[in-house]
Structure formats: structure tokens, C-alpha cells
Design a protein around this ligand. Structure first.
Ligand SMILES: [Zn+2]
Ligand SMILES: [Zn+2]
Length: 403
């Protein structure tokens, strides 16, 4: 059966490349993936998929569809994200973006193409499917400032009767063709914090008549670094960064207030809550020491991506059989974030990286770079892993063995 998956992945490869290049040429940013959704729905319809639904969150963005196997059984989901980024492409590719200032610079064009490729394989292998496969094409992964696509689709009941979910991300730090997998925490939670430190402004020559908020802000920035170094267990992981600092308007004026903004990345609820409480304590306490008043806000944006142990083993074993042990790499968690975690809050899920780094092919630029490109040869691995997961998972839920 795995042999057939591999064969079909190779046969369909050119088609998957065509899908990817089309999506690459017509990128759309978060919650604007209207034409992309139409295109995907059309392809799924032509393929013969069932229950095609377009439009989530009151928009025309996002698509779900089903493939029903020959035998009855449970339902498993495969997910791809769809959005591009507000970046001006600088790859020089013949299929470069035709939408000025918008680019698929994270690999989501490849994710959609590979999920369509997996669907093509599954349609050909319905007799091996004991149950249903739900295909999720999800809008808006890239920005946490709007409600993210995964959260929205979960709220709309997309995964209501789904047993397990699998997704992948093209990964430029990993060599082309390799799979990066891990059990448990894989990607961090992404939070944002904001502190407005209110003092009393005045003339730069008369600081004694002011409550200088820049001094308080400077102390806050240094002091919050002790949260990770002195308060969090060294065996746990956290990042606290200050990304923006706004104060003042001229060289001889002590400003009224300073605004600081930053992010925090953590893996567990316990550490996340600790970071929030300590940030608040330090921001408010330090401001008070310097006779200022602080307004502190903390927003929990995207939860951590935590892989189900049983499903991680399934991915490891599937990968070893499909592409060989030498191409399976157990990876350490990364501090970047993924809204895929919203599915995992509801049902067991697994996420893995598909390596695409190949310097000879010019595919070694980081994600979100205007020169970002992927090695299309890895699509064979991506489509077979997704299709293989669905088949293997449905077999395991109906207690049959795979050969
Ligand atoms: Zn991205
Ligand atoms: Zn991405």
C-alpha cells in the first residue's frame, strides 16, 4: 500500500507543481484568500470530492471538503494554510507574484498544492480508506492581529467529529526532502504585551520638575530580562523581547509617557501565566519607584503547538517506511508559532516540518524573505506523508494492520 502511495505521488508530482506555481502567482493576504478558495474548490469538485464548503468567518475565504472511503469508519483531517504575506517578491522566478506587494514567502502555496496532491492520491485509493478524510484549507495563519483562521474554523465546528488531525510546514532550515518531527511541544505560544508608562513631562533642563518616564522605561526593559534568567526554571523555556519603544518628540523635552511593546514565547500554561504576572509586577512596580504610573496589557494570541505522542510515533514510523530512517530527523522545539495549535486544543494532532533547503537550487533563504523559494522536488514526500497519515490513521482506528 505504501508503494502505491509513493507511485501515485510521483505520477501526480507535475500537477502538484502546477498547482503551487498558480497559487504562487496569485497570492492573497490573510482573510482575503477569495480567488485562492474559488480555485481550490473548483479543483476539489473536478476531483470528485464531497461536501465542499467555501467561506468561513463571514468571508468567502477557506474551503473544506471530504473524501469518503469504500469502508465505513472514523474521520481524520489534513490541514493546509492559505495566506500570503505583504512582501514584494524578489526571486526572479518565471512564476513570480502578479499581485504587487504580496508574496507567498512562507510556503503556504506549497502546503495547498501538496494537500491537493494528497487528495488526488486518496481519491485513487478509496478502497484502502476505512472512513472519511476531511481536507481543511485554512485562511489567515500569518497574523495574530485578526482572529486567526484555525480558531475561526474550530469555532464553526469544522473538526466536530474528527478523530485526529495532521499538518505540515515547509521548513527552510531543514535540508530538502527531510522530515523534522517531534513529540510533545514543537512550536511556542505567541503572546503580545504592551506597557504605557505615564510620567510628568517638562523641560530637559529641569528634570527635578518632572517624573521622567524614560528612566522608568529603561529600568523596565532591563528588569524584565530577569524573569527568564532568575524566575523561570532553567529546564523550561521562555523568550521575552521588547520590540517597540516610543517616547518623546525633541532633544530638550522630557516626555509625558513612554509606550513599550513586546512579545513573549512559552510552551506551557504555567510558564505563560508566570511570565504574564511577572511582567505586570515589574512594569507596575518599577514605574511606581520612579513616580510614574503604568498601564499594562497582555494578550494571549496563539497557543503552543503540542504534538500528540501516539500520532508523533505514527508519523515517525510512516516516514521511516516511506522515505527511510536517514531522512527522518528528530528536532528540538522552535520558538516560532503556528495557529495549528487551535485544532490540537480540541483533538489529538500532529504537525511536522518538511525540509526544503537546497543552496544549489537557491532554496536557502529564510521564511518571510523576499527571496524565499522552495525545492519543488520535496512535494512527493509531502503528498505521500499526508495521504499515508490519513490511510494509516483510519486503519489504526478500525484496528487493521498496514503492510
Ligand atoms: Zn509565515
Ligand atoms: Zn507559515
Amino acid at each position: 500500500m505504501l508503494h502505491k502511495i509513493r507511485e501515485l505521488a510521483k505520477v501526480n508530482h507535475q500537477k502538484v507543481v502546477e498547482f503551487r506555481r498558480y497559487f504562487h502567482m496569485y497570492p492573497e493576504v490573510s482573510w482575503e484568500e477569495v480567488q485562492t478558495s474559488e480555485r481550490i474548490a473548483k479543483i476539489l469538485k473536478e476531483m470528485g470530492c464531497e461536501n465542499i464548503r467555501i467561506g468561513f468567518g463571514g468571508t468567502s475565504c477557506g474551503v473544506t471538503a471530504e473524501i469518503t472511503g469504500s469502508r465505513p469508519g472514523k474521520c481524520v483531517a489534513l490541514r493546509a494554510d492559505m495566506d500570503a504575506l505583504p512582501i514584494k517578491e524578489d526571486t526572479g522566478l518565471s512564476f513570480s507574484s502578479k499581485n504587487e506587494g504580496v508574496m507567498h514567502a512562507c510556503g503556504h502555496d506549497s502546503h495547498m498544492a501538496m494537500l491537493l496532491g494528497a487528495a488526488m492520491i486518496l481519491m485513487e485509493m478509496k478502497e484502502h480508506l476505512s472512513g472519511r478524510v476531511l481536507l481543511i484549507f485554512q485562511p489567515c495563519e500569518e497574523t495574530a492581529l485578526k482572529i486567526c483562521g484555525a480558531d475561526q474554523m474550530v469555532r464553526e465546528g469544522v473538526i466536530e467529529d474528527v478523530e485526529a488531525i495532521c499538518g505540515l510546514h515547509i521548513w527552510s532550515p531543514l535540508a530538502a526532502g527531510k522530515i523534522g518531527y517531534c513529540s510533545g511541544p514543537m512550536m511556542a505560544a505567541c503572546d503580545a504585551w504592551e506597557a504605557v508608562i505615564q510620567g510628568k513631562g517638562g523641560h530637559g533642563s529641569a528634570p527635578h520638575e518632572t517624573f521622567d518616564p524614560t528612566i522608568a522605561a529603561a529600568q523596565v526593559i532591563s528588569s524584565i530580562q530577569t524573569i527568564v534568567s532568575r524566575e523561570i526554571d532553567p529546564q523550561s523555556t521562555a523568550v521575552i523581547s521588547t520590540g517597540s519603544m516610543q517616547a518623546g518628540s525633541a532633544f530638550n523635552i522630557i516626555p509625558d509617557k513612554v509606550k513599550l511593546e513586546g512579545t513573549a514565547r512559552t510552551f506551557t500554561r504555567e510558564v505563560q501565566d508566570h511570565v504574564e504576572q511577572s511582567l505586570r509586577r515589574i512594569v507596575e512596580g518599577v514605574s511606581q519607584i520612579f513616580r510614574c504610573k503604568a498601564d499594562f496589557r497582555y494578550a494571549k494570541y496563539v497557543p503552543a503547538t503540542i504534538n500528540d505522542n501516539r500520532l508523533s510515533i505514527l508519523i515517525k514510523e510512516l516516514g521511516e517506511d516511506l522515505i527511510g530512517t536517514e531522512n527522518m530527523e528528530e528536532i528540538a522545539p522552535v520558538m516560532a508559532s503556528e495557529d495549528y495549535s487551535y485544532y490540537q486544543l480540541k483533538i489529538p494532532g500532529v504537525f511536522f516540518f518538511l525540509g526544503t533547503r537546497d543552496s544549489e537550487k537557491g532554496c536557502d533563504f529564510p521564511h518571510h524573505s523576499p527571496k524565499f523559494n522552495v525545492d519543488e522536488d520535496v512535494f512527493v514526500t509531502g503528498t505521500s506523508m499526508l495521504a499515508g497519515f490519513a490511510i494509516k490513521m483510519l486503519i489504526s482506528t478500525s484496528n487493521k494492520s498496514i503492510s
